[in-house]
Design a protein. Structure first.
Length: 196
């Protein structure tokens, strides 16, 4: 296969997926709902907890970093935590309770009512993400899912942002776009005096 054609194919497929999101009223409304609840949580003094597996773990860390450090402009940090980074915690929970409780145990320990829990799962069926949603709801956190077009996640969280695709790379590329949108909106609205 011609390498240039392969490159063009991947770029076109990514663009097509994002165009499908742009054309989806339900996806746009879910993103809008997510940015509003995140902003409301920050205004109430709460924070955002984020988790995912594999590439989605990297996305969780990426989004948390945008909140804590900065996105478009310099401003005070916003409290956010990726539940994928502390190897001692991860291995202790995995060893003592099993991989399925990797994130639910951390939500139990660190989440408080009014916080946001964002669970990322391209399949929509990651057992540890679904378990974390259950714990988050029990503790009074608002739950947001980043998913593809299927899986149990669709009914497991308060707001599910579903990328209309079942191809993992395209879903992941869209998840980071959605994460950037959430960060951009929250930063601009929360710190509108800093942006001027």
């Amino acid at each position: 296969m011609d390498s240039l054609e392969t490159i063009k194919h991947h770029i076109s497929a990514s663009i097509e997926t994002k165009q499908a999101i742009l054309a989806s009223e339900s996806a746009l409304q879910s993103i809008n709902d997510a940015v509003r609840v995140c902003l409301a949580a920050y205004k109430q003094g709460n924070r955002v907890l984020i988790a995912g597996n594999g590439g989605s773990a990297a996305d969780a860390q990426h989004i948390a970093a945008e909140f804590v450090s900065r996105f478009e402009f310099d401003r005070p940090g916003l409290p956010a935590m990726a539940l994928t980074t502390d190897t001692s915690i991860l291995t202790a929970i995995g060893n003592d309770y099993g991989f399925e409780r990797l994130f639910s145990r951390q939500v139990e320990a660190n989440g408080v009512a009014g916080d946001i829990f964002i669970g990322i799962s391209t399949s929509g069926n990651s057992p540890n993400i679904l378990a974390a949603f259950k714990t988050a709801k029990e503790k009074g956190l608002v739950t947001i899912g980043l998913a593809g077009k299927g899986g149990k996640i669709q009914q497991a969280c308060d707001i599910c942002i579903s990328v209309p695709s079942d191809h993992t790379p395209r879903i992941q590329e869209s998840h980071i776009l959605i994460g950037h949108i959430i960060c951009a909106y929250v930063e601009a609205e929360y710190f509108n005096d800093y942006a001027k």
